[in-house]
Design a protein around this ligand. Structure first.
Ligand SMILES: [Zn+2]
Length: 559
């Protein structure tokens, strides 16, 4: 044979062998997925429905049923042999089919997160329960008298007596010192679990198994820092003057307890406008129903299955719920005709339409949002409308002068709130990263270093306590907070894209999307239907033509 034909045979042989290898691997994976989904799908539907029962009735036996089913699901993902199988397939690099590869990633990370030995898992669960129990049963005190968090909020938003303010603020933080040792113990156990599966600490494990990267988050948060630092300083200087005047003190003497929130994560009420007066004679449920129908995303079926009003024993907040990934989508609310509940129902229905419109022809494992922050982004995108003057004008039939009045105050409030939240999210993100990288460092000092750096708030004199640990997220939702910020960024990026490329407008002035069916069509096709078929960054690039960037959040709220 000539040299060239030998080469040809050789190449054909290689293609044949590797091709077959790939097909064999893909078939193995497909089989695995079929068996896995047959086990997990009914269990997760049962667990979801049990959770719905528990939340609507408050009965302990329903909560027990939820725990039992969730444990059964966890045991599936805990299986070391199945994990080894997935790992081997993933490392072989032989899955060419894009949808299979996405399902493999989802499975691989879900198993990876759960590869904890039973003994360590028990320690983790015990430590977690211990912190939560202490947290839940502790009440802060003012002058020896026990107070609730809602007492504290009332004092921080209304009290002029500075001593009372300081005591209330300190009372809100007392639980930090009480749980500090147990929380650090929990952090170290989480790190131990992460190291066993090859990560340097639990923070990195959480980010990577959440299909994100620490480098990318660092880049986004650094950029956000640069872009918000100066505008935030300006807004805060103005606020500080107003606050100092209201207490009759100098700006230099403002301390953390002079702001209206224990962590300065919400805008003080000095710019707030009572929007409830516009909603009190309306029906927020009907408004939401009418609005979503107008943009071509009807929610009648969702509302018919939902639990909307306050009742004894029922979960007091709100959430969106998906039973089975086949259209059983509901929301739980405790509606009142106020601005806050208008925002909440728009927000929860945002999550709900995302789930409702996943393409049901896609594999079960990919029939979910691209990421938890992408569904948060959609919920925020719609929730923001309850304070949008143009939206209120169109939906509530307000007059031109009422709209202008709302616009003047509401825009300033919204801008401040968004910039403030970005600065606060930077504290949370950077603190948690360092908490897990070295839990033995002087964390109390580190906390105040970051608060001074990002929030421009002075630390109190004297030794600093572990007040930071009173933020419940460190215990119950570790290494997750950054996703709220990413949600805000994506909501703004989608808003920008829709304004310029879907509605073809020059600017977003007075944009409310009311009755613009093309807005619903765009979001449904580009975001809802694909679900998790694409990695979140790919989904965003396909929808908006760009990767996720802080730029549009800055354009919408900062400039
Ligand atoms: Zn949400």
């Amino acid at each position: 044979m000539e040299k060239s034909s030998i080469l040809t045979v050789f190449i054909v042989l290689i293609i044949f062998l590797f091709g077959c290898g790939n097909i064999a691997k893909e078939q193995q994976l497909e089989q695995f997925i079929d068996i896995h989904v047959a086990k997990v799908e009914p269990l997760s539907t049962q667990a979801n429905l049990a959770y719905w029962d528990a939340s609507t009735t408050g009965k302990p036996e329903d909560y027990e049923r939820v725990n039992k089913l969730q444990l059964e699901i966890r045991q599936i993902y805990n299986n070391p042999l199945e994990f080894a199988f997935l790992k081997e397939i993933k490392e072989s690099g032989r899955i060419n089919n894009a949808k299979l590869a996405r399902q493999l990633d989802k499975l691989y990370y879900a198993y990876l997160r759960n590869q904890i030995e039973p003994e360590l898992l028990k320690k983790l669960v015990d430590a977690d329960n211990k912190v939560q129990e202490k947290y839940n049963t502790f009440r802060g005190t003012i002058d020896g008298k026990k107070v609730t968090m809602s007492d504290i909020y009332t004092i921080l938003t209304t009290e002029k007596n500075l001593r009372k303010r300081e005591l209330a603020w300190r009372a809100s933080k007392q639980v930090g010192d009480v749980i500090f040792d147990d929380l650090i113990e929990l952090v170290k156990l989480r790190n131990e679990a992460a190291r066993k599966v090859g990560f340097n600490n639990y923070h990195t494990l959480s980010i990577v198994t959440g299909e994100q990267s620490v480098e990318e988050l660092d880049r986004i948060f650094d950029e956000l820092d640069g872009l918000t630092s100066e505008p935030f300083a300006r807004l805060k200087n103005e606020l500080d003057r107003i606050l100092a005047d209201s207490y009759g003190i100098a700006v230099e003497d403002l301390m953390p307890w002079h702001y209206h929130d224990p962590f300065f994560q919400r805008t003080p009420l000095v710019y707030d406008l009572d929007l409830d007066i516009y909603y009190k004679d309306q029906d927020v449920k009907e408004l939401a129903q009418k609005y979503y129908a107008g943009i071509g995303l009807p929610v009648d079926d969702i509302l018919a299955r939902s639990d909307l009003y306050d009742r004894e024993g029922k979960y007091p907040h709100a959430f969106s719920f998906e039973g089975d990934r086949n259209g059983d989508v509901r929301i739980l609310c405790n509606l009142q005709n106020t601005e806050r509940w208008m925002e909440t129902i728009l927000h929860e229905l945002g999550h709900a339409v995302y789930s409702k419109y996943h393409d049901r022809k896609e594999p079960w494992l990919l029939r979910e949002p691209a990421h938890s922050f992408t569904t948060e982004a959609i919920a925020m995108f719609f929730g923001r409308l309850s304070r949008n003057a143009a939206w209120m004008e169109a939906m509530l039939g307000l007059s031109e002068s009422q709209r202008v009045k709302i616009e003047q105050v509401s825009e300033k409030y919204l801008r401040f709130q968004q910039v403030l939240f970005a600065r606060w999210a930077m504290v949370m993100y950077n603190f948690e990263k360092q908490l897990y990288s070295n839990p033995d460092q002087d964390l109390n000092t580190l906390w105040w270093d970051l608060v001074e750096k990002y929030q421009f708030i002075k630390r109190p004199n004297g030794p600093v306590d572990a007040g930071w640990a009173s933020k419940l997220h460190f215990t119950t939702a570790p290494c997750y907070y950054h996703n709220y910020m990413l949600g805000e960024l994506l909501a703004s990026q989608l808003h920008n894209h829709i304004v310029h490329n879907v509605l073809m407008l020059e600017s977003d002035k007075d944009v409310s999307y009311v009755c613009r069916k093309e807005v619903g069509d765009f979001i449904r096709k580009k975001v809802f239907e694909p679900g998790a078929v694409y990695h979140w960054s790919e989904m965003i690039r396909r929808a908006t033509g760009e990767p996720l960037r802080p730029k549009y959040f800055i354009e919408q709220f900062v400039q």
